[in-house]
Design a protein around this ligand. Structure first.
Ligand code: NZQ
Ligand code: ZN
Length: 395
């Protein structure tokens, strides 16, 4: 196993009723709360009422910061930071999914930083001075795992860059996770978030080391849990067991535990983030289109792990298959699952209309150092082209 340091500063309160039980004591030390949320789902499902009721009963001033979009922009971050400064906010409370949590993390940093935060943080990763504003999150959709990490994925629309990284100072102080809050998530978003969870785990699993390590064992269990519980939640969106498992699978995928000792790939995420920067596509849907095509390109370079994936995650029997046939059968099982749960399989289904524009997007993608096969921009372009129409790979 490679050497590592493990740290996670977020305290999680998990389970039905946790917001009612813990929120008022968690906000006690603060005076003015920035209540950050998205396009309004929390107003339709009763979550807004519950939370504002608790804030009012606790005598807190709160300032609303609504309208955080699916791919939060740097402009939105600047708007939130300005508001936080003007109103002398001392706690940000993010209520929503990855977009709201990420934007709130970025606001917490930007509100306390006088320099050019894009240039000094997102464009040139490094340590920056100053403590971010305290942040607490209330999760309403499972997927990104943003509640237990320091990642803040932000889109700079002018520069056409969508990027983020795990900066431990941005870990929320607390995360409240009530699985019943996710009951109202539309099925399309639930499966997209579910696939994002699977993607985080696969991006970590398919990387060195391949020898026996506890992270790979945990990941096989997690992948099986996501597949099983996503199927159950599609059957019954109010299945508490399935929703609880998906919610915790999501946290486990991105709370750093499974990354210990692993190199991590995240090439698909690099590609999807740039697709998002150019087309504003849905994150989980973009990943669903990319993963099978990418894996058909690289499976030979990580053959033992792809064989393990086929046998241990999908339960495919060897029955006279060569390693290569077995590995490919695992990738095809993944592609079938994507189809089964109703996610898109082509970039056209994602709304990309102009294949000529794919070169510029491909050239803008970051290259992962941890993948089984280091990509070139030409290979990324051919993956995008195969994804465009869903054609079978030629290699
Ligand atoms: O905006 P509202 O109206 O709230 O609706 C949201 C949004 O349309 C809706 N929703 C959320 N909870 C709901 C609900 N609808 C009904 N009932 C509820 N309880 O779901 C939609 C999706 O929410 P959003 O936050 O946009 O999605 P997600 O959680 O998938 O987050 C995506 C963002 O996170 C980034 C992605 O790139 C993308 O920008 N990521 C963040 C990561 C991190 N910080 O660790 C890692 C990921 O790989 C990812 O890059
Ligand atoms: Zn993701």
């Amino acid at each position: 196993m490679r050497n590592f340091i493990f740290q996670n500063a977020t305290t999680v309160y998990f389970g039905q009723g946790c917001v009612k039980e813990y929120l008022s004591s968690l906000i006690k030390p603060y005076t003015t709360v920035l209540l950050a949320y998205g396009g309004g789902s929390i107003k339709r499902n009763g979550v807004y009422e519950e939370i504002t009721g608790i804030l009012q009963a606790a005598g807190k001033n709160f300032v609303e910061f609504p309208g955080i979009m699916a791919n939060p922009t740097y402009k939105k971050v600047q708007e939130g930071a300005k508001l936080a400064r003007e109103k002398e906010v001392d706690l940000i409370l993010a209520v929503g999914g990855g977009a709201v949590m990420d934007c709130s993390k970025a606001v917490s940093l930007a509100a306390r930083y006088d320099g050019d935060i894009w240039e000094d943080f997102w464009a040139r990763p490094g340590v920056i001075e100053g403590e971010p504003l305290p942040l607490g999150v209330i999760v309403t959709v499972a997927g990104t795992g943003s509640e237990c990490n320091g990642g803040a994925v932000i889109t700079n629309e002018e520069k056409k860059v969508k990027t983020g990284r795990d900066y431990p100072k941005l870990n929320p102080r607390f995360a409240l996770m009530d699985p019943t809050y996710t009951y109202s998530v539309p099925v399309k978003q639930m499966v997209s978030g579910g696939f994002d969870i699977l993607s985080h785990i696969m991006e970590t699993y398919f990387s060195e080391p391949n020898e026996d390590n506890v992270s790979d064992d945990i990941m096989e269990a997690l992948m099986k849990s996501v597949i099983r519980n996503l199927r159950a939640a599609i059957q019954n969106p109010r299945d508490y067991t399935a929703r609880s498992n998906l919610m915790w699978d999501s946290t486990m995928g991105e709370n750093r535990v499974i990354k210990m000792g692993k190199q991590c790939d995240f090439q698909c995420h690099n590609m999807e983030h740039q697709l998002g920067a150019y087309t504003d596509c849905n994150h989980g849907c973009g990943l669903a289109v990319l993963h099978p095509v990418y894996y058909r390109h690289i499976y030979r370079y990580g053959l033992p792990k792809f064989v393990r994936f086929a046998e241990n995650v999908w339960g495919i029997p060897r029955k006279g298959k060569t390693d290569e046939e077995l590995a490919l059968a695992g990738v095809e099982a993944l592609a079938d699952f994507i189809k089964e749960i109703g996610l898109p399989a082509t970039l056209q289904e994602l709304g990309v209309t102009d294949p000529a524009g794919l070169r510029e997007i491909a050239d803008s993608c970051g290259i992962s150092a941890g993948s089984y096969k280091k990509m070139t921009h030409e290979e990324i372009l051919s993956i995008f082209q195969e994804c465009f129409a869903g054609k079978e790979p030629s290699i």
